[in-house]
Ligand binder design. Structure first.
Ligand SMILES: Cc1cc2nc3c(=O)[nH]c(=O)nc-3n(C[C@H](O)[C@H](O)[C@H](O)COP(=O)(O)OP(=O)(O)OC[C@H]3O[C@@H](n4cnc5c(N)ncnc54)[C@H](O)[C@@H]3O)c2cc1C
Length: 225
C-alpha cells in the first residue's frame, strides 16, 4: 500500500478495522489478499455486507439443532472425548483413534476438525513428510480474548456489529439490542473480541496473563475513546 503511495488514511480508517474484524490482527501482519477479497465481495455482491446475529446462545440455537439432526438419522454425538493419538497401520492408513479416556474408536471414515495448531501435534510420523500435511506448517492460530460485559444501565448503541479501530479491540456488539435472547431496553450486554491480545498475535503485551480486572479496565478505556 505504502509502495503505491496510497494515503495512510485508508489504513487507519478502513484497513485496520477490516483486518482486525476478519483475522483479529493488524493489517501489517496479514496478507492483503484477505482484506481485498472481503472488500471485493462487499462492493460487488448484492447483500455482500449483510450481518446477522443468532437469536440466542450458540449451544441452544446452533449446536443443539445440529446434534438433533445427526441423532434423528441414527448418529451419536459424544462430547468430552479428547483425542490422544491417531494410530496408523504400516501402510499409513488409519487403524483407529485412541481417546484420552482409553477408548479406541474404529470407523469407516475419519475426519478431524480440530484447530490447526492442535492437529499439527497429532499428525502421525508416517504422514509428516506428505505434501498435503506439510501445508499446515504455514498455518498458525491467533489467540484472542472474548469478553462479555453486563451493565446495569443501557448504553448508547447501534443495532449492528461494530468494527473497532482501537489498538486492543476488534468487533463488538451490544447483544441487548442485536440479539433476541438478550434483548433488554434497560441494561446493556456487550460481547467484544479483544485483539491482538498477545505477542503471538502481533501485540506488545500478553493480555492472556493479565487479570480480568486489568482486561476490563483497558477495554472500557478503548470503548470510551
Ligand atoms: C471471539 C470470536 C468471535 C468470532 N465471531 C464470529 C462470528 O461472529 N461469525 C463467524 O462466522 N465466525 C466467528 N468467529 C470465528 C468462528 O468462531 C470460527 O471460525 C469457528 O468456530 C471455527 O470452527 P471450527 O469448527 O473450525 O473450530 P473450533 O470452533 O475451534 O472447534 C475445534 C474443536 O476441536 C476440539 N478439540 C480440540 N482438541 C481436541 C482433541 N484433542 N480431541 C477432540 N477434540 C478436540 C475443540 O474442543 C473444539 O470443539 C469468531 C471467533 C472468535 C474466537
Amino acid at each position: 500500500m505504502r509502495k503505491y503511495n496510497m494515503p495512510e488514511r485508508i489504513n487507519t480508517e478502513v484497513f485496520i478495522a477490516m483486518a482486525k474484524a476478519l483475522d483479529f490482527i493488524d493489517p501489517d501482519k496479514l496478507s492483503m489478499t484477505v482484506v481485498l477479497t472481503a472488500m471485493n465481495r462487499f462492493l460487488n455482491e448484492d447483500n455482500g455486507l449483510q450481518m446477522a446475529f443468532l437469536d440466542g446462545n450458540q449451544p441452544d440455537r446452533l449446536c443443539k439443532p445440529m446434534k438433533d439432526y445427526i441423532e434423528e438419522r441414527g448418529g451419536k454425538v459424544l462430547t468430552k472425548k479428547r483425542l490422544k493419538e491417531i494410530v496408523v497401520n504400516e501402510d499409513g492408513s488409519v487403524k483407529h483413534f485412541s481417546l484420552a479416556d482409553g477408548e479406541v474408536v474404529v470407523a469407516d471414515e475419519y475426519v478431524s476438525a480440530m484447530p490447526v495448531d492442535i492437529m499439527k501435534r497429532f499428525v502421525p510420523k508416517k504422514w509428516s513428510a506428505m505434501p498435503f500435511f506439510r501445508q499446515m506448517d504455514e498455518l498458525e492460530g491467533i489467540p484472542v480474548i472474548n469478553l462479555h460485559m453486563w451493565f446495569d444501565k443501557k448504553l448508547k448503541n447501534v443495532d449492528h456489529l461494530c468494527f473497532s479501530r482501537s489498538p486492543l479491540l476488534s468487533v463488538y456488539a451490544d447483544m441487548s439490542t442485536t440479539c433476541k435472547e438478550y434483548y433488554d431496553e434497560e441494561k446493556s450486554m456487550l460481547e467484544l473480541v479483544f485483539a491482538p491480545c498477545s505477542p503471538i498475535a502481533g501485540g506488545n503485551v500478553n493480555w492472556i496473563k493479565k487479570s480480568n480486572e486489568e482486561i476490563i479496565e483497558v477495554c472500557t478505556r478503548g470503548l470510551r475513546n
